[in-house]
Ligand binder design. Structure first.
Ligand code: GCU
Length: 668
């Protein structure tokens, strides 16, 4: 097929000696998912050790001990007391046991064994017990039915082409990759549902969707679809989509019945309503709760979820208006509805209040909503973080978001606690990522971008894993165990977000990109635009006043966060210009002035990229040739392009402020 297996390549590699003695796999205690897990395990062991174990699928448990040689076998055994998807690996007399109480537990347990194997670890005396921390661990694809991908940077869709659905070998590899990192749900179509995609809930597409969802189902993954809120109208059946109309309610009831019957492994729907031109309940003077609850009631008999996005704002602002603040809009639109959503509705909230910038504060709805199911949405598609041409490992950013204390409770009040369901005792919650895959041979364009897909899934399952651990794992599983490769790639990944932030928009202000396609520097690109994304730079200073004197946004957080952000002396440097309009001469907590910080970070960011590229070049000959070539090409572009960023930004602020660089470096 000509595409790669990413971190699931089972090429021979050196592993701890006892793996070569694995001769049997007993996995008769589960259903289809367990069968697939056992088959995967067999393939991995056969490929990596060169010795194919036997699958004893039918042997009853009582006869196992009797058959003698348990040493050297892998046994799937029922173990009570583990949460859904949880597993327990341990050794018993030379046998490796995977204990779980359900099919998904066996699946994730088998993939844990494969991970240990690929990392070359011994299983002697192994003792690993894990349960997924986030109930929902989802990908959101923004794939269009014509095959294009909104904000896609790695080729075209592998789900759709020319308004048809694709189901092929790649669908299976995709499902395996997701399952291997614990992802259990995926939305295959763009949140902006238009044209052919509106018809996904009709007879036209059911057969193919069912096929696809069965493949996903074999790997413990539920299929989800993005829904067009105005479907009753756009499918030509009704004149209205008013959520309180009896006729509309009945239409959805019938439709949901049909869809869930025809696609049994459907998990539910993702909805972008009343946002960026998409239809929604506002048209009828109704609230988001009216809209979401109407759909939720119709989907409830089938266990369907309605995931409703909070990315709602007025994208028709006037730059002269200093009162309206886009950052407030998610909060303002939803806070009054807390507690009014049906039990199978989940609000999906982006990590920050704007839109996936390289640095944003945490969305203030986290910790404010107390009686509503909620999910965190992050973006591994690098829309604003280098579009998979620059390397930008985002897991350190996600770790910061998850670790943010909201003060919604005395303890267990971080974003992680909230979306894991701990803070408010919820079970319908979790984490979703806007996907970064396409039909490129290597799935993600930049080979290093696969670390974001890998890291996201692993993080949602096990948020206590560190960004460094996940990077190390991914590197070793993908490129094998080579100390030099590990050190260099780890250095690159772990410095990449920092580097990108350094040569990007300064101090949390964001948005200095070319409009529409969002790539490359353009300081005033959005400044006088209608999207509400301003930096407000003049000759004296820069930043948006979101304090009590300004838009009041800082006050949306709970104390002590609100006061911390409200004052420029306590606001963290990296977010200063997001919260405050400051003179260029203002001294940061770091001791530097704002303007000198801008110059220094832009020069240093480029130097860091140079170091990354130089180190990468030293790996030539140690990496698979094709993959090395692909990365090198991108690194050379990043080197060039980071200079473009540096010079455009430094020049802009030098010209605007008239303040020279203390270090006298070249600014144009
Ligand atoms: C961003 C992105 C859009 C996307 C939107 C969303 O604005 O640029 O392409 O549709 O987010 O999250 O809905």
């Amino acid at each position: 097929m000509g595409f790669e297996q990413a971190w699931l390549s089972y090429e021979p590699r050196e592993v701890s000696p006892e793996w070569y003695g694995i001769h049997g796999i007993y996995a008769d205690c589960g259903g289809r998912i367990t069968e697939h897990a056992a088959a995967e395990l067999k393939a991995a062991i056969a490929g990596i050790t060169g010795k194919e174990p036997v699958l004893y699928a039918d042997l009853p448990e009582t006869e196992r001990e009797a058959c003698g040689e348990m040493a050297g076998c892998i046994l799937f055994e029922k173990e009570q007391g583990l949460k859904e998807g949880g597993y327990h690996l341990f050794e018993r007399k030379g046998a490796l046991i995977i204990g779980a109480s359900d099919d998904r537990g066996f699946l994730y347990g088998a993939f844990e064994v494969i991970r240990q194997l690929q990392l070359g670890n011994s299983y002697q005396g192994i003792e690993i017990r894990k349960e997924p921390v986030m109930p929902l661990r989802m990908l959101n694809h923004w794939d269009n039915m014509d095959g294009s991908i909104e904000r896609g940077y790695s080729g075209n869709s592998f789900f759709f082409d020319k308004d048809e659905i694709l189901v092929n070998e790649r669908t299976v590899t995709y499902a395996r990759l997701l399952a291997s990192v614990g992802i259990n749900g995926t939305v295959i179509n763009n949140v902006n549902v238009k044209d052919a995609a509106t018809w996904l809930i009709t007879d036209k597409y059911f057969d193919k969707l069912r096929q696809m969802s069965e493949i996903f189902g074999d790997y413990g993954i539920k299929l989800f679809l993005s829904l067009n809120y105005a479907a009753p109208i756009e499918l030509g059946e009704l004149d209205s989509a008013d959520p309180l109309s009896e006729e509309v309610r009945k239409w959805w009831e019938k439709r949901m019945k049909l869809v869930f019957e025809r696609i049994p492994n459907l998990g539910g729907f993702l909805i972008k309503a009343d946002s960026e031109g998409r239809p929604g309940p506002f048209t009828y003077g109704r609230t988001h709760a009216d809209g979401a609850n109407m759909l939720a009631r119709a989907a409830e008999p089938y266990g369907g979820l309605i995931i409703w996005r909070c990315f709602v704002y007025n994208c028709r602002q006037d730059w002269r208006d200093y009162k309206t603040d886009r950052a407030r809009s998610g909060y303002d639109n939803f806070i009054g509805l807390d507690g009014t959503f049906h039990d199978n509705v989940i609000l999906q909230i982006k990590n920050g209040p704007m839109d996936f910038q390289v640095r944003e504060p945490v969305h203030p709805l986290f910790g404010a909503l107390k009686a509503t199911n909620q999910m965190l949405e992050v973006q591994i598609a690098q829309e604003y973080t280098g579009q998979q041409r620059h390397v930008c490992y985002l897991i350190p950013m996600f770790k910061e978001v998850l670790g943010f204390r909201t003060y919604a409770a005395e303890t267990d009040d971080t974003v992680e606690d909230i979306v894991a369901g701990k803070t408010f005792k919820q079970t319908k919650c979790g984490m979703a990522a806007v996907a970064n895959t396409g039909n490129d041979e290597n799935w993600t364009g930049h080979d290093l971008a696969a670390a974001n897909l890998y890291g996201f899934g692993r993080l949602a399952f096990e948020p206590s894993a560190t960004a460094k651990e996940l990077a190390e794992e991914w590197i070793e599983r993908t490129f094998g165990k080579d100390q030099e490769v590990l050190e260099v790639l780890l250095f690159i990944l772990m410095n990449s977000w920092r580097a990108y932030e350094m040569y990007n928009a300064p101090l949390g202000i964001g948005w200095m990109v070319n409009p529409n396609y969002h790539y490359g520097p353009n300081v005033d690109g959005y400044e006088y635009d209608r999207w509400g994304t301003y930096h407000r730079a003049d000759y004296q200073g820069i930043g948006v006043d979101r304090s009590r004197q300004g838009t009041g946004y800082a006050g949306l957080y709970r104390e002590p966060n609100a006061s911390m952000y409200d004052s420029p002396t306590s606001c963290p440097d990296e977010l200063l210009l997001f919260f405050h309009h400051m003179p260029y001469t203002h001294k940061l907590q770091s001791g530097k002035t704002v303007i000198q910080h801008i110059y220094d970070t832009h020069f240093e960011g480029v130097e860091l990229v140079d170091e990354m590229v130089e180190r990468f070049e030293s790996l030539e000959g140690k990496l698979p040739e094709k993959s090395c070539r692909r990365m090198l090409e991108r690194f050379l572009h990043q080197k060039e392009h980071s200079r473009e960023w540096r010079d455009q930004i430094n020049t802009y602020f030098y010209r605007k402020s008239g303040i020279p660089d203390e270090k006298g470096r070249k600014i144009y």
